[in-house]
Ligand binder design. Structure first.
Ligand code: URA
Length: 364
């Protein structure tokens, strides 16, 4: 059931709202939030649907950009004065039902005085506003999240149980992948694994992560420990994650190849063909919103798998780009990146990698 209603004007604050929604997704589930009128089915009375949505929610976040109160329609009439203005219906209902209404100012907007508001919205001017500034966006959203959390009614026990079940299911599904990998006797690298007493490296991190990284293949340290990116490249990766406020526990990290190739050579087509279905299963279980490839092998595999027009492109052209892709479970952003090891060979690449990691900040 919707617990958080996000009211906004597309023309006024759409960019901010998208960014806000992505942040909120780290704390709340999509089904907890109502954001888009597009989610009202055709043929349904939209006034009733909006009022029902508002009645069901605990919190109404009213995102207000600089034109929120002043925007006009094609005939020059102020939208806020019209009976069928979605925003007016939403905010008036929320005020009437005495919901927790949080005016959330973006783009330098100021709270309009009550004298500039229609009668049924006048009380909005008395609600304490919160500002989401461009430079402190993540921190400001954290403040908002704290207020929202404190004012949500407790989730019904049944829903809590379902959530726990999803996490348990993900963990159980990952265990099956791990078992299959341990027993992957048909792998072209299986004998090499046994001869060297190496471990396979399925990947580690949060089974429910919003961001998933896919590297190339485990190195010697990783194969000795059975964990991804724990050697020198891992140190660079940790530095980059820290730079955007992430920890390993926030993400999931794996590789295109899940056993160490001899002498850390590049993966060959037979190895990629063998391990790719494992990686596909990991993506399907974790269902990240963002997939970042580290290095050109993982990038090429994913461009092809997602059937993107960029396939065959060079990493020097594509690194740091946010590419939209549609997977069976939903839309994702795919972000090709250089492999962290580039920094070990060329210190000047540190800045490039940092800049590319910055692109992930909007999802953090
Ligand atoms: N390089 C990779 O691509 N993966 C690892 O796990 C370690 C180094």
């Amino acid at each position: 059931m919707t617990r958080i209603f996000i009211s906004y004007r597309r023309q006024d604050s759409e960019g901010y709202v998208g960014r806000l929604y992505d942040h909120l997704l780290k704390h709340f589930r999509p089904e907890d939030m109502f954001m888009d009128v597009a989610s009202i089915e055709p043929g349904v009375d939209f006034v009733e649907a909006l009022e029902k949505g508002i009645a069901a929610c605990d919190i109404c976040i009213v995102v207000m950009g600089p034109q929120w109160a002043t925007i006009t329609d094609a005939s020059g009439a102020r939208r806020l004065e019209q009976w069928n203005d979605f925003v007016r219906i939403e905010v008036a209902s929320a005020l009437r039902l005495n919901k927790r209404v949080i005016p959330t100012l973006v783009g330098g907007a100021k709270m309009p005085p009550s004298s500039d508001l229609p009668d049924d919205l006048a009380l909005l001017a008395r609600r304490n506003a919160l500002e989401l500034s461009h430079n402190r966006f993540a921190a400001d959203v954290e403040d908002l999240v704290n207020v929202v959390r404190a004012n949500l009614s407790p989730r019904p026990v049944k829903e809590v149980a379902q959530l726990a079940e999803t996490l348990t299911q993900k963990a159980a599904a990952l265990k099956i992948v791990r078992d299959d990998l341990v027993n992957a006797t048909a792998s072209p690298l299986y004998n090499f694994r046994l001869e060297n007493r190496f471990f396979p490296v399925m990947g580690d991190g949060n089974p429910d992560a919003g961001i998933m990284f896919i590297g190339q293949a485990p190195g010697k340290v990783e194969a000795a420990e059975g964990r991804a990116f724990v050697g020198q490249s891992g140190e660079v990766l940790d530095e980059m994650l820290r730079g955007i406020g992430l920890k390993r526990e926030d993400i999931f990290i794996t590789n295109l190849i899940l056993d160490r190739p001899p002498e850390n050579r590049d993966p060959n087509p037979a190895e990629i063909a063998f391990y790719a279905p494992f990686v596909d299963r990991l993506i399907a279980i974790i269902q990240p919103k963002v997939i970042a490839s580290l290095g050109s092998f993982a990038m090429q595999y994913l461009l092809k798998k997602f059937d993107l027009s960029e396939k065959g492109g060079k990493i020097t052209d594509l690194h740091g780009k946010l590419i939209k892709a549609t997977l069976p479970y939903g839309d994702v952003h795919f972000v090709p990146m250089f492999h962290p090891a580039v920094v070990l060979y060329s210190a000047s690449q540190r800045e490039t990698l940092k800049k590319d990691f910055e692109k992930l900040r909007i999802f953090v």
